[in-house]
Design a protein around this ligand. Structure first.
Ligand SMILES: N[C@@H](CCC(=O)N[C@@H](CS)C(=O)NCC(=O)O)C(=O)O
Length: 199
């Protein structure tokens, strides 16, 4: 059985939990409380030198960090990753967008407001809305991010978009994004970020 090192409120961890659930893959969950620095101990740094969850540990002990890389690994050969060359690259395009233009603002704003109780600076909020604007335009003529079907690009972007309000983002002006959130949530095998029991 694979092992997932994770922190349950984490959207990055949730991406992996969501896909594992949708794939019907059973896994062992090892919780690391990032608020207590549990990913920065020597023991955990030996697991991931970058000191962050999620980390997937395979049955043979090999490990993989970075949520979107884990999604890509797990989705290979499944309906969650297209086979066609350009479509695969488009999935990567949206996952890189998520990591560079979306997560650093929308996830970080959530962490600061919801978990640290601190104010978020205006620039982060503005950049977060810019990412939402990009998504809103793209979804204006599409049901999903790539190839008109649900893929790991949707999983990656859903994780923090559906809890963006916890970082102070208001999605009222984003009807296409809201409709897409609903479509993703109604995919078979969907689990909530708050789910604590797996397998
Ligand atoms: N780019 C990484 C980001 C991972 C990340 O930032 N993890 C956070 C939780 S969401 C963490 O472990 N933070 C603990 C720390 O930095 O000490 C990914 O997508 O997996």
């Amino acid at each position: 059985m694979v092992t997932l090192y994770d922190y349950l409120p984490s959207g990055n961890g949730y991406k992996v939990r969501l896909l594992l659930s949708q794939l019907g893959v059973r896994f062992r969950l090892v919780e690391k409380d990032i608020m207590k620095g549990e990913t920065r101990t020597p023991d955990f740094l030996a697991i991931n030198p970058n000191g962050r969850i999620p980390v997937l540990e395979l049955e043979d002990g090999r490990r993989l960090a970075e949520s979107d890389a884990i999604l890509f690994y797990l989705a290979e050969g499944t309906r969650f990753l297209p086979e066609e060359r350009l479509a695969r690259a488009e999935v990567l395009q949206w996952m890189f967008f998520e990591q560079y233009s979306h997560e650093p603002y929308i996830a970080v704003a959530r962490f600061w407001t919801h978990y640290l109780g601190k104010a978020v600076d205006a620039e982060k909020t503005e950049r977060g809305y810019q990412a939402l604007d990009v998504m809103e335009r793209h979804l204006g003529v599409r049901q999903f991010f790539v190839g008109e079907r649900y893929t790991i690009a949707d999983v990656a972007l859903y994780a923090y978009t559906h809890v963006a309000h916890e970082g102070g983002f208001n999605l009222v002006a984003y009807p296409n994004v809201r409709a897409w959130l609903g479509r993703v949530a109604s995919e078979p095998g969907h689990v909530a970020i708050t789910r604590r029991q797996f397998g």
